[in-house]
Design a protein around this ligand. Structure first.
Ligand code: GDP
Ligand code: IMO
Ligand code: MG
Length: 428
């Protein structure tokens, strides 16, 4: 297969960063198509940990080209920090990272509005990362957003900024009772960004078109997960972009025929950060055991992640929406030592049993999971590199997942580092 899309099948943090890093070795280009610094993709190799928010996880392989596409929302200050952080650690970024001139800028007022809006919602808040994601995409949809091509022209940037600030400052001051922004300060800060990013901003659509024509291998890196998709997730407790397969085409300007295969990343259990329905959520000691075993704290915000059992109803939905043909099951080792494991095979909603339909949020809130119980395993799987070395119960668990989802089991991840990986099938 030439081009591969790696997608999260749950509510994010499935371990996409690690899987993309493992696969990037074989790819020529790694491209992000949506989301922004709400993402936190962790890659560990040679004992070093890297948390990437905007830069594709292929960057840690020398000579790979990385693209931040049209559909990504970018906080220029954050991106600059990320570039500098990598450069300081000996990872050369310039000349390998290409930033779309169509990508939208997260402005300081977007972050302020995100935070104020969450504050105003109180307990009913989405639990956003407060990175300004929603307000930036809202401006994109309202056709008032500022893009990198605008930033590159001082006059156009100033004009759009001043027009937007009138409305944003009014909202912040008079609706939220918060502080406002001064255009001169923003203009001065963004002048610095204009200079810094002039080496990075380009027409990424043409890079991808040329790559396709010359049969280069492209890896499309998803951020967030299917259940956080603006259309197909647990709306309104979602992020503001298309995290699923359709987003690849619209977010990068590539035709569907360019996506040759889809790899779904499935965490061996489920987690979610922020609010919203979570039918298989567990509380108490078992949740605490998983959270501690797996250090389940958000890579971007440090918030404790909510933990739950694997959910086949949700996963079937993800497999269908994305056309997943292969699976990467991650964090199997986190389940080491549990007496038994539960898997949700269906939802009970009043008298109905839902197996193949993933309901909307209000119904989902009232669904009861129907569980099957499986034995856990006593032997450690952590660091295992061959399928044969897995305990039988772990083999049965992953086989059940791939059989139920009718997708082939390509990768099993047994630890955070690159080499704690079982590759069962080469995807290239
Ligand atoms: P992403 O957002 O999907 O890239 O996932 P995150 O990086 O936010 O969270 C996944 C976490 O699990 C990171 O800390 C990874 O280093 C870690 N990780 C990935 N795969 C495995 C695995 O198989 N086992 C363990 N123990 N950790 C893993
Ligand atoms: P990665 O790529 C997990 C969640 C937030 C919140 C909701 C909306 O690391 O898997 P937003 O800031 O996007 O407006 O927040 O989406 N969320 C994520 N949860 N992993 C992520 O990214 C997430 N990005 C956003 O917690 O519930
Ligand atoms: Mg993450």
């Amino acid at each position: 297969m030439a081009n591969l899309f790696v997608v999260g099948t749950q509510w994010g943090d499935e371990g996409k960063g690690k899987i993309v890093d493992v696969l990037a070795k074989e790819a020529d280009i790694v491209a992000r198509f949506q989301g922004g610094p709400n993402a936190g993709h962790t890659v560990v190799y040679d004992g070093q940990k890297f948390i990437l928010h905007i830069i594709p996880s292929g960057i840690l392989h020398p000579n790979k080209r990385c693209i931040i596409g049209d559909g990504v929302v970018v906080d220029p200050g954050g991106l600059l920090e990320e570039i500098e952080g990598l450069t300081d650690r000996g990872i050369e970024v310039e000349g390998r990272l290409f930033l779309s001139d169509h990508a939208h800028l997260i402005m300081p007022y977007h972050k302020a509005i995100d935070a104020e809006s969450e504050k105003a919602l109180g307990k009913k808040g989405i639990g956003t990362t407060k990175r300004g994601i929603g307000p930036t995409y809202a401006d994109q949809a309202s056709r008032i957003s500022i893009r990198f091509c605008d930033l590159m022209d001082e006059e156009i940037f100033r004009e759009k900024l001043e027009r937007n600030l009138k409305e944003k400052n009014f909202l912040l001051e008079h609706y939220y009772g918060a502080g406002s922004f001064d255009s001169k300060e923003i203009v001065a800060t963004f002048k610095k960004y204009r200079e810094k990013f002039s080496h990075y901003v380009t027409d990424t659509r043409t890079i991808l078109k040329d790559a396709f024509k010359s049969s280069k291998k492209i890896l499309f890196e998803g951020a967030q997960g299917t259940l956080l998709d603006i259309n197909h997730g647990t709306y309104p407790f979602v992020t503001s972009s298309a995290t699923t397969v359709g987003g690849v085409c619209s977010g990068l300007g590539v035709p569907p025929k360019m996506i040759h295969t889809v790899l779904g990343v499935v965490k061996a259990y489920t987690t979610r950060v922020g609010g919203g329905p979570f039918p298989t959520e567990i509380h108490g000691d078992t949740c605490e055991q998983i959270r501690q075993n797996g250090s389940e704290f958000g890579s971007t915000t440090g918030r404790p992640r909510r933990c739950g059992w694997l959910d086949f109803v949700a996963l079937r939905h993800s497999v269908w929406i994305n056309g997943i043909d292969h699976l990467a099951i991650t964090r199997l080792d986190v389940l080491d030592g549990l007496e038994e494991l539960k898997i949700c095979t269906a939802y009970r909603y009043n008298e109905e049993i839902l197996v193949d339909t993933f309901p909307h949020t209000e119904v989902l809130d009232r669904c009861e999971p129907v569980y099957e119980t499986l034995p856990g395993w006593k032997t450690k799987t952590e660091g295992t590199r061959t399928y044969e070395d897995l305990p039988q119960e772990a083999k049965d668990y992953v086989t059940l997942i791939s059989d139920t989802l009718k997708a082939s089991l390509a990768i099993i991840s047994t630890g955070e580092s690159r080499d704690s990986t079982i590759i069962r099938e080469s995807l290239y």
